[in-house]
Ligand binder design. Structure first.
Ligand SMILES: [Zn+2]
Length: 429
């Protein structure tokens, strides 16, 4: 091994010297920093424009519009029949989880080593990126500690391909409210960090931020015991302190919540988004709208879990949880609350992120255009990501090209032909 690496090093030194001395101009021509992309159409995050092109320089978008000329030395990518979009933004993933029908959640948390989970997560990150998602909000490691911080670093350092991550680390739960729950006599590691009372929650928020959390995630309600409905966990005072502490450090808070009371408390505390909201009422959605809190409905997660529990989709009556989701989604749409886009990926397979978009269109009656806006400019605005989510000069060159027109047919999002993140191509036709 030693001798091998030695000979390689000689080789590299030789090549490097050669490039420096004689081939510098050639090098500049063969690896241009500018790329002109010529698709059939450009969806800029709001509207579809046929006959537009996009010029990328370095890691940024330099220009967008019709009749762009190829600058000297730039390469041109012809993308006939493809629509170019801003890189999609996943609003709710768990890279450290894999589908519950492969391994139940309890077993993932208790029986799988962190090394195994991290190894899986790297392939999950890669699949997410190649599915066209160049950014993801990863909302909790579910028992894998701060592993998401390291995965984010590995992606940022180019060690493993993946989306730009916003990580929540361990997430916060009220003592006794979460899982896994085994025998009452056995103390088991939990899927999130337990914290209570003013001192306890403030300390836990600061601890998570200090160790790399971009977001604080809090479980505002949960089922306290097996088989019972979800009920509120943290008090209003605790939630207020969690949000104040996180916001002071420049971090938003997201709340897992499905009960009207949990959602109401989280909204009044000032969270950025509420995740799931399955039991949401018109009243609480109106309050969210009034307070500028967005709903991330994760319809794909409930749909997947109902199928794991034996539902044969398309046959017979809808299971109760899916029926309830339809009722709450109808109320949400009626209230005008802003919708974030996120599927709770990990409950179902990473790389299958588009499933959320398909269900929103096919089962919940949203238009493909509305969903596309949510997954690009909408999520960017809600999450405060001012450098992405649109195709505009100066923004990050995070771009995806799909076959066909996804503003009319959501299934086109399955046909990803090109993925660029920060000007670097990860997939091309
Ligand atoms: Zn989740």
């Amino acid at each position: 091994m030693l001798s091998l690496s030695h000979s390689y090093r000689c080789c590299w030194l030789f090549l490097f010297g050669f490039l420096l001395s004689s081939a510098q101009p050639l090098l500049a021509q063969t690896s241009p920093t500018s790329t002109l992309l010529r698709p059939a159409a450009v969806f800029d995050g709001e509207t579809l424009h046929t006959g537009w092109q996009v010029l990328v320089e370095g890691d940024r978008i330099k220009a967008v519009g019709p009749n762009l000329l190829t600058p000297a030395g730039a390469r041109t990518l012809e993308l006939p029949g493809l629509t170019l979009l801003p890189g999609l933004i996943e609003g709710h993933s768990h890279l450290l989880l894999h589908p519950y029908n492969e391994t139940p959640w309890n077993d993932q948390v208790l029986l799988e080593s962190q090394a195994l989970r991290v190894a899986r997560a790297t392939t999950h990150a890669q699949r997410t990126l190649l599915a066209g998602f160049t950014t993801a909000r990863d909302l909790g490691t579910e028992g894998a500690g701060y592993a998401d911080v390291g995965i984010k670093q590995a992606i940022d350092q180019g060690i493993t391909p993946g989306p730009r991550l916003l990580v929540a680390t361990r997430a916060l739960v009220a003592t006794g409210s979460y899982g896994p729950k085994l025998s009452t006599d056995v103390e088991v590691p939990q899927g999130a960090q337990e914290a209570d009372g003013p001192e306890g929650v403030v300390r836990a928020v600061r601890e998570q931020i200090g160790r790399g959390a971009d977001i604080i995630k809090v479980y505002a309600d949960y089922r306290w015991g097996k088989g019972e409905p979800a009920r509120p966990t943290f008090s209003q005072e605790e939630l207020n302190l969690i949000v104040q502490t996180a916001n002071a450090a420049g971090r938003p808070v997201v709340a897992h919540s499905s009960t009207p009371e949990g959602m109401r408390r989280a909204t009044l505390a000032g969270v950025q988004t509420i995740e799931h909201g399955d039991g949401g009422t018109l009243e609480v959605f109106k309050l969210m709208k009034q307070r500028g809190v967005a709903l991330c409905p994760t319809v794909a997660a409930g749909d997947a879990i109902a199928q794991y529990q034996g539902w044969h989709k398309g046959q017979g009556a809808l299971p109760e949880r899916v029926q309830q989701k339809h009722i709450s989604m109808e109320a949400a749409l009626k209230s005008g609350v802003t919708l974030a886009f996120g599927g709770d990926v990990g409950v179902f397979a990473h790389g299958d992120n588009v499933r959320e978009a398909e269900l929103l269109v096919q089962d919940y009656g949203l238009t493909p255009l509305a969903v596309l806006r949510q997954a690009t400019s909408g999520n960017a605005r809600i999450f405060g990501l001012i450098d992405r989510g649109r195709i505009q000069p100066g923004l990050l060159a995070d771009l995806v090209a799909v076959q066909g027109d996804p503003t009319r047919d959501v299934m086109a999002l399955r046909q990803v032909r090109l993925v660029m993140k920060g000007g670097v191509l990860y997939k091309q036709p």
